[in-house]
Design a protein around this ligand. Structure first.
Ligand SMILES: Cc1cc2nc3c(=O)[nH]c(=O)nc-3n(C[C@H](O)[C@H](O)[C@H](O)COP(=O)(O)OP(=O)(O)OC[C@H]3O[C@@H](n4cnc5c(N)ncnc54)[C@H](O)[C@@H]3O)c2cc1C
Length: 771
C-alpha cells in the first residue's frame, strides 16, 4: 500500500476521529462517512468546536472545550458565528454550529471564515434584491405572478376579466379570441386595425410588443403547437427581449457562469483537497481526451486521494430537452462501457436518477459532502439550462467549501475566443472559419492536444468507496424506452463505446474519406463518417477527430488533401453553431437567430405536420428521408436540409416544431447543430441561405440521388419504378399508376405555388418590425 496515500486519507491523518479498517466493512466508504458525521454532528457531541492550527488535531480536546461553552451554546443555538481569539497566537477559531442543521464538513479556519462572510453577503444581497423593483423588470418570465401582472397590463388585460386564469393566463385564452386585433372605422369607413393605428406590427394577425417582459404575440400558438414546453419554460419571449440579450441589458448565461466564478474565486482558491475529487460526466462519455476528467484525475493523483466519477440521469431533463429514445439508449449503453473501463482503473462511476432536474445541484452538493470531496470537475455544456445550473452550482458548492471547476472541452476552439476585427462575434461561417483556422495555426499545440485517459486510483479506493462500484445503470424512463427490436437495431447500427468511435474515425480517415470532397452531398451511398452520434454524446471528442484528420493530412488543417480538409471544415460547423449558441442564447429559448423571422406567418396544421413526419407528403425524396429518420434515428446532412426546407417553405409550418421532432428522433440530437441546421433550412438562422432561395425538392432529388436508389430503398411503394426520372416525381412523370396502386400519396402541396406563398410570407414577416 502506498504509504503517502495512507497519510492523506482524512481519518488516518487525524482529521477525523475515527478508526476504520479498510478490511472491516463491506461498504466502508459510506460507513466511514456516516460515522464521521455522527462523530462530528454537533447535536450528537459538541456544539462548539475549538479549532486550532494545525486545524483538526484532536477531538478530545475539542470536546473538553465544548463543555466550557455548553451554556452559551444553548443560548445561541441557531447562530453561526465565527470569532477570532486574538489572545492565541495560533489564531484560535471558534465555530458555533447550528445543531439543528446537518453537520458541517471540516474546513480550514480561513476558508470557513470566508464562507461565512460570503453567506452573510449573500443574505444581504438577497434582501436588497427583494426591494429592487428594477430587478423585477429584467427577471425572466418565470413566475406566475409576473406573468399575470404583465397580462393585466396590455392586450391580454382586456380578456383577463372574462377568463378563468389558472396556472398561466395564456393557457386559458381561447385560440379564436386570443390577441385578435381590435378594429375601428377609419374616416372613410374602412376598417383599420388597432395595430396599424399604433404603428406596431401584427405577426400572425397579432400585436407586436416592445416590452422585454411581455411574451411574443405568437406565444400561444407556439405553446399550442408543442414548440414551447410550458411545463418547463416561460411563454415565448418577445423579440425585444432577444434584443436585450444582444445589447447587454440581459446577461448571457455564459456571463452568469463567469460571474459566479469571479465572485467565488477567493473561496474556491483556498479550498484544499480533502477525501476525494469528483468528476461529473454529462455529455462527455469518454475517458480519452476529456479535459475536465483529466484535471480531476491529475488533482487526485497529485494529492493521492481517490477520483470518484458520477453521472446524474434526470428524466425531467430528458423531456425538457426532447432527448430521443435512441439517444437515451445510446447514453445508457455508453455508461455501461464507461463504468466497466473506469472499474479497471479502480475508479467508481456512481449513477443516480434524479426525477426533478431542479434538485440536481443540491443533490450533487450532498453527494460531494458525503464523499468528503473538495473538488468537483465537469465539462461545460453551452445550453442555457446547463449554464445557469452550473452557475448556481458553483455558488452552492463554494458555500459548502467545495470547488466546482469546469473546462471548455466540447469545441476545438473555445466559444468567445474568435472575434471579428470590430470585436464582434461572427455570424457568418466563412470568415468565422478563417478565424478558426488562424486560431488553430497559432494555438494548435494546446487546442489540438489530445489528452491521455485518467490514471489509476489507488486500490484502497475500492474499500473506501466500495458501494459506489456497485452502482447500477438505470433503465430508460417509460416515455424514452425503445422496443426490443429497436434496441437491437440501434445496437447493431451504432455500437457503443470509445473503441468503436475511434475505430470508425480511423477507418474513415484512412480509407473512406477519399471521396468525401466530391461525394459528401450524395445521399445514394455512404460517403460520410457517421460519427455524429459519438460526437454528440461525447464518446469521441471533436479535438481528437480534427487532430487525427490533421495528422492524416500531413499536419495540414486546410489544403493538401481536399477531402480531409473538407471534412475538417465540416467538423468546424459543429464548433461554429456552439459559438453562436453561447453568444445568442435566446436561440435556445425557442427564438430564431434573427428574431424578426418569428413574425413570419406560419401554418400550424397538425395533419400536414404528421404527413411530413410519417413520410407521406407525395414528394419521394422527402418521404424517403423522413422514413429513414424514423428507422435509423439518423439522416444525411443533405436530406436534413431538404426536409427542413420542405417543412418550413413548402408547407409553411413553423419550423421550430420540426426542430423539436428532430431532437426527439435523432440519435445524434445536439441542440446547437440542430438549431443551426434548421436555421439554415428555414432561412431564419445564422448564415442561412437567403429566404428567397427555396430548395426545389425535385431538383434536389435528381441531383443527389440521380438513379433514385435512395428513394427505392426507403419508399418501397415506388421500388417498381425503374425509370430514373419518373422515380423522383411519379405522378408528374408517367408512373402515377404504379404509385397509386401501391398506395403512394399524391403531392400534398404544389411546389411552385408554395414557393410563391413562402416568398410573400417571408417578405411580409420580416418587414413587420421595420419602422
Ligand atoms: C436541419 C438539420 C439538423 C441537424 N441536426 C443535427 C444534430 O442534431 N446533431 C448533429 O450532430 N448534427 C446535426 N446536423 C448537421 C449534420 O447534418 C450532421 O452532423 C451530419 O449529417 C452527421 O453525419 P456524419 O457524422 O456522417 O457527418 P460528416 O459529414 O462525416 O461530418 C463529420 C462531423 O462534422 C459535424 N458536422 C458535419 N456537418 C455539420 C453541420 N452542417 N452542422 C454541424 N455539424 C456538422 C458532425 O459532428 C459530423 O459528425 C443537422 C443539419 C441540419 C441541416
Amino acid at each position: 500500500m502506498n504509504p503517502k496515500r495512507e497519510r492523506i486519507i482524512p481519518h488516518k491523518r487525524g482529521l477525523l476521529p475515527l478508526s476504520t479498517s479498510s478490511s472491516t466493512s463491506t461498504s466502508s466508504s459510506s460507513l466511514t462517512r456516516s460515522k464521521v458525521h455522527k462523530a462530528i454532528n454537533p447535536s450528537a457531541v459538541p456544539a462548539i468546536i475549538q479549532l486550532q492550527k494545525p486545524v483538526f488535531s484532536s477531538l478530545n480536546a475539542t470536546i473538553e472545550k465544548e463543555e466550557e461553552h455548553k451554556q452559551e451554546n444553548k443560548r445561541k443555538r441557531y447562530a453561526t458565528t465565527l470569532e477570532d481569539n486574538n489572545e492565541n497566537t495560533n489564531k484560535v477559531i471558534r465555530i458555533e454550529f447550528d445543531s439543528s442543521q446537518a453537520p458541517q464538513p471540516f474546513l480550514e479556519p480561513e476558508l470557513a471564515q470566508r464562507i461565512i462572510e460570503a453567506r452573510r453577503k449573500k443574505r444581504i444581497e438577497e434582501e436588497s434584491e427583494k426591494e429592487d423593483v428594477n430587478k423585477d423588470a429584467t427577471a425572466d418570465l418565470n413566475t406566475e405572478r409576473e406573468v399575470r401582472r404583465r397580462a393585466a397590463q396590455r392586450d391580454y388585460g382586456r380578456l383577463r376579466s372574462s377568463l378563468r386564469l389558472r396556472k398561466y393566463h395564456y393557457r386559458s385564452i381561447p385560440q379564436d379570441t386570443q390577441m385578435a386585433p381590435q378594429k375601428r372605422k377609419a374616416p372613410n369607413g374602412a376598417e383599420v386595425s388597432s395595430a396599424r393605428r399604433n404603428n406596431v406590427s401584427q405577426p400572425n394577425g397579432q400585436r407586436q410588443n416592445n416590452d422585454i417582459n411581455a411574451p411574443h404575440p405568437g406565444a400561444q400558438q407556439a405553446e399550442n403547437f408543442g414548440i414551447v414546453l410550458r411545463e418547463f419554460y416561460p411563454p415565448e419571449m418577445s423579440n425585444a427581449r432577444c434584443e436585450a440579450y444582444n445589447n447587454g441589458t440581459l446577461e448571457r448565461p455564459v456571463d452568469t457562469l463567469n460571474r459566479a466564478y469571479a465572485e467565488t474565486d477567493p473561496i474556491r482558491k483556498e479550498i484544499k483537497p480533502r477525501n476525494a475529487v469528483v468528476h461529473w460526466f454529462k455529455g462527455d462519455l469518454r475517458l480519452n481526451d476529456n479535459r475536465a476528467l483529466k484535471m480531476a484525475s491529475e488533482l487526485a493523483a497529485k494529492n493521492e486521494i481517490p477520483l470518484v466519477c458520477m453521472y446524474i440521469m434526470s428524466p425531467q431533463d430528458l423531456t425538457a430537452h426532447c432527448s430521443s429514445p435512441a439517444r437515451v439508449d445510446f447514453t445508457l449503453r455508453n455508461l455501461r462501457v464507461l463504468q466497466r473501463e473506469l472499474g479497471t482503473l479502480d475508479i467508481p462511476l456512481y449513477i443516480e436518477t434524479q426525477e426533478r432536474r431542479r434538485n440536481i445541484p443540491e443533490r450533487i452538493g450532498e453527494l460531494c459532502e458525503q464523499w468528503g470531496a473538495s473538488h468537483l470537475f465537469a465539462n461545460i455544456e453551452y445550453e442555457v439550462d446547463e449554464l445557469r445550473r452550473e452557475a448556481k452550482l458553483v455558488r452552492l458548492l463554494a458555500d459548502k467549501g467545495i470547488a466546482f471547476e469546469t473546462a471548455h472541452d466540447s469545441c476545438v476552439v473555445t466559444p468567445g475566443a474568435l472575434q471579428s476585427q470590430q470585436g464582434k462575434q461572427y455570424a457568418v461561417y466563412s470568415p468565422w472559419y478563417r478565424a478558426w483556422m488562424g486560431y488553430l495555426h497559432q494555438h494548435g499545440d494546446h487546442n489540438l492536444r489530445v489528452l491521455e485517459p485518467p490514471g489509476k486510483n489507488h486500490e484502497s479506493a475500492r474499500s473506501h468507496f466500495g458501494d459506489l462500484f456497485d452502482s447500477q445503470i438505470p433503465g430508460a424512463s417509460e416515455n424514452r424506452r425503445l422496443s426490443d427490436e429497436e434496441k437491437q437495431r440501434f445496437e447493431k447500427m451504432y455500437p457503443e463505446g470509445e473503441q468503436e468511435a475511434r475505430k470508425r474515425l480511423d477507418e474513415f480517415i484512412t480509407t473512406r474519406v477519399k471521396e468525401y470532397s466530391k461525394k459528401r452531398s450524395m445521399v445514394d451511398g455512404q460517403y460520410t463518417a457517421i460519427l455524429s452520434p459519438y460526437l454528440a454524446s461525447g464518446v469521441l471528442s471533436a479535438r481528437t477527430a480534427v487532430s487525427k484528420a490533421k495528422d492524416a493530412n500531413g499536419g495540414y488543417l486546410d489544403g493538401k488533401n481536399a477531402s480531409l480538409a473538407s471534412w475538417i471544415s465540416e467538423v468546424a460547423w459543429r464548433d461554429f453553431y456552439k459559438h453562436v449558441l453561447v453568444h445568442w442564447p435566446f436561440i435556445c429559448m425557442n427564438k430564431c437567430f434573427k428574431p424578426e423571422f418569428t413574425n413570419v406567418t406560419w401554418e400550424y396544421d397538425t395533419d400536414l405536420f404528421t404527413r411530413w413526419t410519417e413520410g407521406q407528403t407525395g414528394y419521394p425524396i422527402v418521404d424517403a428521408a423522413m422514413r429513414q429518420l424514423r428507422h435509423d434515428a439518423w439522416l444525411h446532412n443533405r436530406n436534413r436540409m431538404i426536409v427542413s426546407s420542405f417543412l418550413s417553405k413548402d408547407l409553411m409550418i413553423d419550423w421550430r416544431r420540426g426542430e423539436r421532432y428532430f431532437m426527439e428522433t435523432l440519435i445524434d440530437g445536439d441542440f446547437a447543430s440542430n438549431h443551426g441546421g434548421w436555421g439554415f433550412g428555414s432561412s431564419t438562422g445564422v448564415d442561412p441561405q437567403p429566404y428567397f432561395r427555396i430548395f426545389n425538392p425535385l431538383l434536389q432529388s435528381e441531383k443527389f440521388d440521380p438513379n433514385g436508389d435512395f428513394i427505392r430503398k426507403w419508399v418501397p411503394e415506388l421500388s417498381d419504378i425503374k425509370d430514373s426520372k419518373a422515380i423522383h416525381d411519379p405522378y408528374g412523370r408517367g408512373a402515377g399508376a404504379i404509385a397509386q396502386k401501391a398506395g403512394y400519396p399524391r403531392p400534398i402541396v404544389e411546389h411552385a405555388a408554395s414557393r410563391v406563398r413562402a416568398l410573400k410570407r417571408y417578405k411580409e414577416g420580416i418587414a413587420r418590425d421595420k419602422p
